[in-house]
Design a protein around this ligand. Structure first.
Ligand SMILES: Nc1nc2c(ncn2[C@@H]2O[C@H](COP(=O)(O)OP(=O)(O)O)[C@@H](O)[C@H]2O)c(=O)[nH]1
Ligand SMILES: [Mg+2]
Length: 298
């Protein structure tokens, strides 16, 4: 079974499509209507669904597809193509690297940062974490605890200080220690878009000025269990930040894996990792082909 579907995240969409294909071995308009309906009911939006259907009709015609087993194969291929952003799929593998992690509160930023730090540490990379979510004292404490667990130093300031100042200090520490990776936690204040934008701009200015030698990633963390809301968040954050990728969290707690397909298609942002639990090792690389195959448990 595909690792992406072990916890049932693609169950809804998989069950619907499998039922339809088993019950309609003949390829006709009925079948096409049913497939379309199944996609829409699985957290895939209308626009993306139409795109998938158009590609499917095209494949059926040019590949002379005659049976539902081949429809299944075509669907896997189409969805895989839609969510695969090629070169941009993988996290940059050049160092020093600075990763800015953004997203709304409770989405799983801090946990995902800990998981990422653990991955880097396992690869033998040095890691510093910047506690730039300075709005709640609990936030930097949480990051500090994770830092201890994964063996990464945490740079923090007092509650309420300027997040850019934390990033400034963390950059100086990273430069002084020739640290490979600096991961910055941030506060997710989407309620006030103008402030958020200003804050992000300031952080980016500090990075531009102080850490020119570093490669950059800006990752948006999205909680899959929020369904349609997740799609709105992608839109809002995509407006205010130059996102290089996403981490979709809590795919273990939901059958709403379909939103991953919509988000990557609609906003052209690669999903780089997915969270499948609360533990340190519960972060897996997003492989489009495997994810699409997971729809039919292949
Ligand atoms: N089941 C599950 N829970 C997660 C995952 N990622 C984060 N969480 C939980 O979501 C909650 C919020 O996470 P946190 O990292 O504090 O979110 P932040 O506010 O964005 O920093 C915590 O209870 C985490 O343990 C995941 O992939 N799966
Ligand atoms: Mg946090």
């Amino acid at each position: 079974m595909s690792i992406f579907n072990e916890k049932g995240t693609l169950r809804k969409i998989g069950e619907r499509l499998t039922d339809i294909l088993v019950n309609n071995p003949k390829i006709d308009e009925n079948l096409m209507d049913d497939i379309e309906e199944a996609l829409v009911m699985s957290d895939i939006n209308l626009d993306t669904t139409e795109k998938i259907m158009e590609m499917l009709r095209h494949d059926i015609k040019v590949k002379y597809i005659k049976d539902s087993e081949d429809v299944k194969k075509a669907l896997i291929e189409i969805i895989s193509k839609l969510i695969d952003k090629g070169e941009r799929q993988k996290l940059i593998d050049e160092y020093p690297l600075i990763i800015l992690v953004i997203g709304i509160n409770g989405g799983g930023k801090t946990t995902s940062i800990a998981k990422l730090a653990k991955k880097f540490k396992d690869e033998g990379r040095s890691v510093i974490l910047a506690a730039a979510d300075t709005y709640r004292a609990a936030a930097s404490k949480q990051l500090e605890e994770w830092g201890k667990k994964v063996g990464a130093r945490v740079i923090k300031h007092k509650e309420g200080t300027d997040p850019s100042a934390v990033i400034y200090d963390a950059i100086q520490a990273s430069k002084a220690n020739k640290t490979d990776v600096l991961i910055c936690d941030t506060a997710g204040r989407l309620q006030n878009k103008t402030n958020l934008m200003k804050e992000l701009e300031k952080m980016n200015r500090v990075i531009d000025r102080e850490y020119q030698e570093a490669k950059r990633e800006t990752l948006l963390v999205i909680d899959a269990t929020t369904g349609k809301n997740a799609i709105n968040q992608a839109e809002e954050f995509n407006d205010v930040a130059e996102l290089t990728g996403m981490i979709i969290t809590k795919l273990d707690g939901t059958a709403r894996g379909g939103i991953a397909i919509t988000i990557t298609d609609q906003y052209d942002i690669p999903i780089k990792y997915v969270g499948i639990g609360e533990g340190m090792d519960d972060l897996i690389e997003f492989i489009p082909k495997d994810f699409a195959g997971g729809i039919f448990d292949e």
